[in-house]
Every structure is written in structure tokens, then in C-alpha cells.
Design a protein around this ligand. Structure first.
Ligand code: PLP
Length: 360
């Protein structure tokens, strides 16, 4: 059986060694005689899994003591609502709109209070990130929200808004664990796990302690950060399998890769292979301002839409799948998350060169 190189924006590739471990433990986890899928979430064997997964996340991301971690259902999109429900204590918040997901987050927040769109890069179809130091933030904002890596448009923040007394809240769904993160710069971080961490079905939030416990009384129990966090993500049945897989991926980052600094090196090198070729190619183009290029999601176009289509079709035949760009952007997008091997990118570039030679 040949495995393909899957360039999907999410769900996306998982490290092969992780899949093999999951396979080897599938029927009988650690001598328990049962699969992680089957076991009681209140059992001591599962308790060890969730406890170690949370501890591993704290180690890998070097999360400071005064931050809490929770595992949540409903993906990143549910976080779009949970953030204002829990953190919009002044009745207003600042949002930077740099793509589709930050737009959705802002629209959702409007249901709960006043949303100030303090910056947007819509004027150039989200191909850049506004200068965060030139923005006039609202004095009364409860928080400033950003989407740190724009999955659809292939951009990323290279500098973070840092305003004294106003916490930064970041959607890091498509860049978490791709490089070291200074968690202390944020009030809260959240991410859906299906891009860089685990199979779909869960979001993780990391929240500074002092921001917890201020949700309004009518916030549903399950949507109050404090409910999940105070109960060690065990208020109800958690996404058990997803948490287990998160643990395996964290173990892979720690033991096989050697931590996030090393992960970043590998990711930068992979992205450079692709961007260097795009820059020298007269055929393929990347529309993003260089400074803001994402190292996770690389967008590109050929000279016309018919060639884009042909490219995706022929790529698929060669085992490079899910290269079609998002409908809002067109063209192609190669999502090269942590689990995409360097050879996958090397072979994609070789395929692109050959396509350019034939059709250029
Ligand atoms: C994928 C993605 C989302 C949506 O995640 P769901 O888990 O499907 O709700 C939100 N934000 C970003 C940055 C994403 O990449």
C-alpha cells in the first residue's frame, strides 16, 4: 500500500510513526485488554493518558504556571463564541480581520457585544498583515483577537499586538506546535487540533488564570471555560481518542523531533524549498507579501484557471492530493504542516518543475 502526500489544509497528515503506534495499541492499550476507544474515561488507565497529554503539552509549549489548559469539543469554530462569552467582560473587543477565519470569529463575537474591527487586510485580498504597531486599539476592549496563521490566504503574523492591560487572544489552529511560542505574550490561545495536532474533533485552549471565571451567569455550563478547566477536562465525557492521539503527537515532537525549536527549523526548510522555487518560476506565482508568508500554508497559481485544474488533476495521479486552493482564493494551496515529510515537498517541487517545463 502506497501512502500519498496529503497537502490538505485539515484534517491533514499525521506522522507515520504516530499512526503505527496507534495501530499497535489499537486492540490492547498498555496491557489493559481494550482499545482507548472503548475504555471508561474515568478509569485509571485513561486518567494516565489525559494527565500525561496535558503535562506533555505544558512541557512542549513551555506553558507558564499561571495558564490553564482545557480540551474542548466543537472545534475552533465553537471557540469563536466561547471567547466572547467568557472573555468579553467590558462588552467590547478589538478584532483584526486578516482572512476568512478572523472574519468569522468577529461576526460570531458580534452576537455578544461590540466588535471593533481595528484593522483589516481585505483591501489587498488578505495578502498581507497590517502593521500591528500602527493600529489604534480601543481603550475599553476586553481583549484583542487575531488569527495568527491564515490558513486560506497563506499569511502569518510576524509581530504580535502587545497592548499594556489588554490581553491578546489568538486562533492558532493552523500554526500551533510549528515553532516555539512565548505563551506569556497571550491572554488566551486556542486551536482546532485537526491541522497540526490530532484527528478532527477537538479544540484546545490555553488561558491565563486571571481571565477565567468572569463568564456571565447565563453562559451554558459546557461553554464556560471554567467548567471544563476546573474539572480537568472531565466534566463530561471528553474526546478520549483525540486526547490520546494528541499525546502521541506530542511524544513524537519531544522524542523524535527534539522539540519545537527543531520543528521550526524543519518547517522553515520545507517552506523555503517551495517558496524559493515559486520565486524563480516564471510560471507559478505566490501572491503573498514575502514578509508575511506562512510556513504552513503555501498558496500559488499557474497562468490560468484551466492549468490550475490540470495541475491538480495530474498531481493527484502522482500521489500529491488535496492541492486545490480554497474557493475564496482559487489556484492551489500546499499545506505543509509538521507531519508533511521533507521528501513530500521535494517531490512536489520536482513535479511542479516538470509541469512548468511541459506547459510553460
Ligand atoms: C480550520 C480552522 C478553523 C476552523 O476549525 P474547526 O475546527 O473546523 O471549527 C478556525 N481557524 C483557523 C485558523 C483554522 O485553520
Amino acid at each position: 500500500m502506497a501512502r500519498v502526500y496529503n497537502f490538505s489544509a485539515g484534517p491533514s497528515m499525521l506522522p507515520e510513526s504516530v499512526l503505527k503506534t496507534a495501530q499497535s495499541e489499537l486492540l490492547d492499550y498498555a496491557g489493559s485488554g481494550q482499545s482507548v476507544m472503548e475504555m471508561s474515561h474515568r478509569s485509571s488507565v485513561y486518567d494516565a493518558i489525559i494527565t500525561e497529554t496535558q503535562a506533555a503539552l505544558r512541557r512542549v509549549l513551555d506553558i507558564p504556571e499561571n495558564y490553564k489548559v482545557g480540551f474542548f469539543q466543537g472545534g475552533a469554530s465553537t471557540q469563536f463564541a466561547m471567547v466572547p462569552m467568557n472573555l468579553m467582560t467590558t462588552g467590547e473587543a478589538d478584532y483584526l480581520v486578516t482572512g476568512n477565519f478572523s472574519k468569522k470569529a468577529a461576526e460570531e463575537a458580534e452576537k455578544f457585544g461590540k466588535v471593533n474591527i481595528v484593522a483589516s487586510s481585505k483591501d489587498k485580498n488578505f495578502t498581507y498583515i497590517p502593521d500591528v504597531d500602527a493600529i489604534e486599539y480601543s481603550k475599553n476592549a476586553s481583549y484583542i483577537h487575531i488569527c495568527e496563521n491564515n490558513t486560506i490566504f497563506g499569511t502569518r503574523f510576524t509581530k504580535l499586538p502587545q497592548v499594556e492591560g489588554i490581553p491578546l487572544v489568538a486562533d492558532m489552529s493552523s500554526c500551533i506546535l510549528s515553532r516555539p511560542t512565548d505563551v506569556s505574550k497571550y491572554g488566551a490561545i486556542y486551536f482546532g487540533v485537526q491541522k497540526n495536532v490530532a484527528p478532527a474533533g477537538m479544540a484546545i485552549a490555553i488561558i491565563r488564570e486571571d481571565l477565567l471565571g468572569h463568564a456571565a451567569a447565563n453562559v451554558p455550563t459546557m461553554l464556560d471555560y471554567k467548567t471544563i478547566i476546573d474539572n480537568d477536562s472531565m466534566y463530561n465525557t471528553p474526546p478520549c481518542w483525540c486526547i490520546y492521539m494528541t499525546g502521541l503527537v506530542l511524544n513524537y515532537i519531544e522524542k523524535e523531533i527534539g522539540g519545537l525549536a527543531k520543528m521550526e527549523e524543519l518547517n522553515n526548510a520545507k517552506a523555503k524549498l517551495l517558496y524559493d522555487y515559486l520565486d524563480e518560476s516564471a510560471f507559478f506565482q505566490n501572491p503573498v507579501e514575502k514578509e508575511f508568508r506562512s510556513i504552513m500554508n503555501v498558496t500559488f497559481t499557474s497562468p490560468d484557471a484551466d492549468l490550475d485544474k490540470l495541475f491538480c488533476k495530474e498531481a493527484e495521479k502522482e500521489g500529491f492530493i488535496n492541492l486545490k486552493g480554497h474557493r475564496l482564493v482559487g489556484g492551489m494551496r500546499a499545506s505543509i504542516y509538521n507531519a508533511m515529510p521533507r521528501e513530500g515537498v521535494e517531490q512536489l517541487v520536482a513535479f511542479m518543475k516538470e509541469f512548468e517545463r511541459k506547459h510553460g
